[in-house]
Design a protein around this ligand. Structure first.
Ligand code: DQA
Length: 155
């Protein structure tokens, strides 16, 4: 059986395609979801892809991932820069967590330079557009495969 990957998207990412395309590109979130599902099939990862505008719902989904998902990829949108609650929830998870941003948050306004998610993430990918999601999936697949080979190395 393949591993289960939860891909979480936060506020305003449902507006991709129409939202500041010069920054975020013309792809819609549904385009990104399709690409992730296709890539998941190639990697042997089942993909549960979700979006919400609600911080509480994101926290709930992260709590539910414990013991169910094998890894989480998260683009928390603007909550990245504000949410201690998301940081605390992510700390509950003993699994790879990859933070993704379409844009390079370090090249933008200074309020985007702080990420609460990074403090709980295994790794961060930003500035590579939707390709970042696929690269995060490659990283997760490699980590889970390594983990299966060397279970004694798990932290
Ligand atoms: C974003 C970057 C955030 O600063 C912003 O609030 C978003 C999208 C990105 O994917 O580049 O909503 O997470």
């Amino acid at each position: 059986m393949g591993s289960g990957l939860l891909i979480l998207n936060g506020p305003n990412l449902n507006m991709l395609g129409r939202r500041q395309p010069e920054i975020y590109g013309r792809e819609t979130l549904s385009d990104i979801e399709s690409a992730c599902k296709l890539h998941g099939a190639e990697l042997g990862l089942s993909v549960d892809f979700r979006q919400t505008n609600s911080e509480g719902e994101l926290v709930g989904w992260i709590q539910e991932a414990a013991g169910v998902a094998d890894a989480v990829i998260i683009n928390a949108g603007a909550y990245t820069h504000t949410s201690v609650a998301l940081f605390d929830a992510l700390l509950l998870l003993d699994m790879p967590i990859i933070e993704v941003h379409l844009s390079n948050i370090y090249r933008r306004e200074s309020f985007r330079h702080r990420s609460y998610v990074s403090g709980a993430a295994t790794g961060v990918i930003c500035g590579l557009g939707s390709r970042g999601y696929l690269l995060a999936m490659d990283a997760v697949a490699a980590m889970l495969a390594e983990d299966r080979q060397r279970p004694e190395d798990r932290q």
